[in-house]
Design a protein around this ligand. Structure first.
Ligand code: ADP
Length: 261
């Protein structure tokens, strides 16, 4: 009787162990496939501008007596493609740094009102170009523990997107609020919105709702991944509410204090 019990216990333990091993293998496989996908995305994203540069430069090199205007036009296009590659590489480096969890955030008391005002000041010319009205509602002053540089970039990405994906004469409303524990920053626009089926994917690396449309707006598809990673590292959360043709609201929450572990 006792031997049977011991046997069945050992049997159960072996089964549990086997299950755990299988689960671990599944997880590793997932990580590996995400990594492969990422590398293939990076290569593709960099290859596209590179091919354009190749075609543009070759057509100048192969032609005799290139007219000055053509020369200038092609160089201009080459220059834009180089800018695009630089933007992608820049965003990638930011993401890689965020992924290295051992690099700690530089938490300091940060005046979120000042931070938002700085972001608006910087992006105002972009909005004015498109006649987009930026409205800032400050419900209260909020000072939160944050890595000011990283959080600034994260929130600026949201405002930048709000301007980018809103047609002329639209508006962008930024709101700052807090309760006892959390700071809330929302960025709402009257833009093109995001289809329900895509909302869940916009934080993925290189994900763009409409590749042709977004190529024109000059995005890299990495901005929201950077924002998402940054907010997670602040132990916060980020939510998206969007309706096509009506607009998008992104709500960020971060704790005012960071518990020291
Ligand atoms: P991108 O550099 O292309 O803007 P992001 O990672 O910042 O990349 O955003 C991913 C995609 O999510 C965008 O390409 C766009 O399709 C969609 N998106 C982000 N913000 C908005 C917004 N405010 N309104 C509509 N679509 C948005």
């Amino acid at each position: 009787e006792q031997r049977v019990q011991v046997h069945s216990r050992i049997h159960n333990e072996v089964v549990d162990l086997a299950l755990a091993c299988n689960q671990m293998a599944d997880q590793l496989e997932k990580v590996e496939s995400t990594r492969q996908q990422f590398v293939s995305n990076v290569s593709h994203e960099l290859k596209t501008p590179l091919s354009s540069i190749k075609v543009l430069s070759e057509s100048i090199l192969l032609q005799e007596d290139v007219p000055k205007e053509m020369y200038v036009e092609f160089l201009h296009d080459i220059n834009s493609e180089v800018d695009r590659m630089a933007a992608i590489i820049n965003d990638l480096l930011t993401l890689v740094k965020l992924d290295q969890k051992e690099v700690p955030l530089n938490f300091k008391e940060t005046d979120l009102n000042e931070m938002i005002e700085g972001i608006i000041k910087r992006l105002l010319p972009l909005a004015q170009e498109k006649k987009i009205f930026i409205h800032y509602e400050k419900e209260r002053d909020v000072v939160a523990m944050a890595d000011e540089m990283k959080l600034t970039l994260a929130i600026a990405n949201l405002v930048d997107n709000a301007i980018k994906y809103t047609p002329e004469n639209g508006s962008v409303v930024i709101n700052l609020d807090a309760d006892h524990q959390n700071a809330f920053i929302s960025v709402a626009d009257t833009g093109i919105g995001i289809p329900d089926t895509e909302v869940g994917r916009i934080f993925e690396r290189f994900y763009r709702v409409d590749k042709t449309r977004d190529r024109e707006t000059g995005g890299t598809g990495l901005g929201l991944s950077i924002t998402h990673s940054t907010i997670m590292m602040h132990n916060g959360s980020i939510k998206v509410y969007s309706k096509e043709e009506e607009g998008t609201t992104i709500l960020v929450r971060i704790p005012i204090r960071q518990s020291v572990l």
